[in-house]
Design a protein around this ligand. Structure first.
Ligand code: SF4
Length: 63
């Protein structure tokens, strides 16, 4: 599974980070970085919640 960020949409308010902080990290530059190596160990339902919970629709999941 991969998580894709649309940096043009991400505004960096960090809802995703608050749900799965080991995978999502808002950088000082104002957009989120995905820790790809942490995805496999993360709770899949929480990842889905984070992706669907982004108010900017900046996140998507690739199987
Ligand atoms: S919730 Fe969406 S807009 Fe906010 S930091 Fe995460 S990806 Fe970016």
């Amino acid at each position: 599974m991969r998580i894709i960020v649309d940096r043009d949409r991400c505004v960096g308010h960090g809802i995703c980070e608050s749900i799965v902080p080991e995978v999502f990290e808002v950088l000082d530059e104002g957009y989120v970085h995905i820790h790809e190596d942490a995805i496999a160990d993360a709770d899949e339902a929480a990842l889905t919640d984070a992706v669907n919970g982004c108010p900017s629709a900046a996140l998507s999941i690739e199987p």
